[in-house]
Design a protein around this ligand. Structure first.
Ligand code: ADP
Ligand code: MG
Length: 242
């Protein structure tokens, strides 16, 4: 059904050594929608993503995709069975494979279709013509864009992105970011984008979930949060945007 959220995070709590790092976090993301988890360093953004990805197991709460559980009190699907794409800060390419082979890594199907998909994605990240190069010939920013293309290639129904654009140089950053997120929207992917930068969230998000100390303190459309922050700390967090 069109109204079923692609991703539902329902009252997730995550404890390490008795300390609650993620506290009762809930949100839903629909196909083609971008939700930004926004908050200062250490507030629990990455841990929340790791729970959705299945890398970390929550202490309580559940995660659903298209209405079906990915993890709850009884079951826990492994990351590779979730249909979830991940782009984390520390990208790693396979050094023994070419750029094209890296992007094709998660793809199955006829060779011509795979080659077309790889070429399309390399164009999108501004690396047309790089398919036969080896990763070690590329700059850090270029490698990051290859990793971006690799994560997009299998068209995951959910994409989890942990500050994936922060390492790109300014000249390319806005273009790559806008293109990448537009591509994900066009493909109907539900996106959770982690950022500590209010400008990025304001620009890219359909919904912002503002986090502090493990909790979501406010959730809504960017301009609603910007115009009516829930408290002084939230207002201060947005005050640097001009
Ligand atoms: P953010 O991504 O918002 O910067 P994190 O989710 O990485 O925040 O971390 C939230 C808090 O949880 C931090 O205090 C961090 O030190 C702690 N933390 C994260 N992972 C672990 C872990 N595996 N064991 C213990 N503490 C952790
Ligand atoms: Mg983090």
């Amino acid at each position: 059904m069109a109204d079923t959220p692609r991703l539902e995070v329902d009252h997730i709590t995550c404890r390490f050594d008795g300390r609650e790092v993620v506290r009762d976090v809930s949100f839903a993301v629909r196909p083609g929608e971008i939700l930004c988890l926004l908050g200062p360093s250490g507030c629990g953004k990455s841990t929340s993503l790791r729970v959705i990805a299945g890398i970390e197991r929550q202490s309580s709460g559940l995660v659903r995709a298209d209405g079906a559980p990915l993890s709850d009190a009884r079951m826990h699907l492994p990351p590779e069975a979730r249909g979830v794409g991940l782009i984390f800060q520390d990208f790693a390419l396979f050094p023994h494979l070419t750029v094209g082979q890296n992007v094709a890594f998660g793809l199955r199907g006829p060779r011509a279709a795979m080659a077309a998909r790889v070429a399309e994605l390399l164009e999108r990240v501004d690396l047309g013509g790089y398919a036969d190069k080896s990763p070690h010939m590329l700059s850090g920013g270029e490698q990051q864009r290859v990793a971006l293309a690799r994560a997009l290639a299998p068209r995951p129904r959910i994409m989890l992105m942990d500050e994936p654009f922060s390492g790109l140089d300014n000249r390319l950053r806005d273009g790559i970011r806008d293109e990448t997120l537009q591509l994900l929207k066009d493909e109907g992917t539900a996106v959770v984008l982690v950022t500590h930068e209010p400008e990025e969230a304001m620009r890219m998000a359909d919904q912002i979930a503002l986090m502090r100390d493990g909790k979501i303190v406010q959730k809504g459309a960017p301009y609603n949060i910007y115009n009516a922050p829930c408290d002084k700390a939230a207002a201060a967090f947005f005050s640097d945007i001009n």
